[in-house]
Design a protein around this ligand. Structure first.
Ligand code: HEC
Length: 119
């Protein structure tokens, strides 16, 4: 399959939504694979995202203001999950692990993560 850069960017936000859905499906005995072509997974991901993630990452995946700038108390603001961020760069496995185990479990030593675990 050949994808041009624009298509890859457009897929970014779909991937995070599907990743959320697949994580919860995995948790309830489903296949565990993110499938952006599965409308049921995408719909579930949207709902779970709105309930559990939008408070920090934004209702439209836009993230928090100045998300690249470290906070005075340590850590970073929540990054966008749309094409302006870098979530779409990361493989599904890393996104699952980061979300399931929480940022602190995965982050490099010395980094203060704000992302809570969802397990
Ligand atoms: C309390 C605020 C908060 C909530 C709620 C939250 N996040 Fe985050 N998230 C963060 C912050 C802050 C970061 C930046 C890195 C860090 O602190 O570990 C982050 C980073 C991430 C990353 C890594 C992004 C990247 O580009 O590397 C992923 C993936 C992620 N969050 C997914 C989720 C998902 C999925 C949910 C909902 C199930 C969620 N987050 C809920 C604050 C939050």
């Amino acid at each position: 399959m050949t994808l041009d850069f624009k298509k890859i960017l457009a897929l970014g936000s779909a991937i995070i939504v599907v990743a959320v859905a697949a994580y919860f499906i995995m948790d309830t005995g489903g296949s565990g694979f993110a499938d952006a072509d599965n409308p049921a997974q995408v719909a579930l991901g949207k709902q779970l995202y709105a309930e559990s993630c939008a408070s920090c990452h934004g209702a439209s995946l836009e993230g928090q203001k100045n998300w690249r700038q470290p906070l005075a108390e340590g850590g970073l603001p929540a990054p966008p999950h749309d094409q302006s961020g870098h979530t779409w760069h990361h493989p599904d496995k890393l996104l699952f692990d980061y979300t399931q185990r929480g940022g602190q479990a995965i982050a490099p030593k010395g980094f203060k993560s704000v992302l809570p675990p969802y397990n």
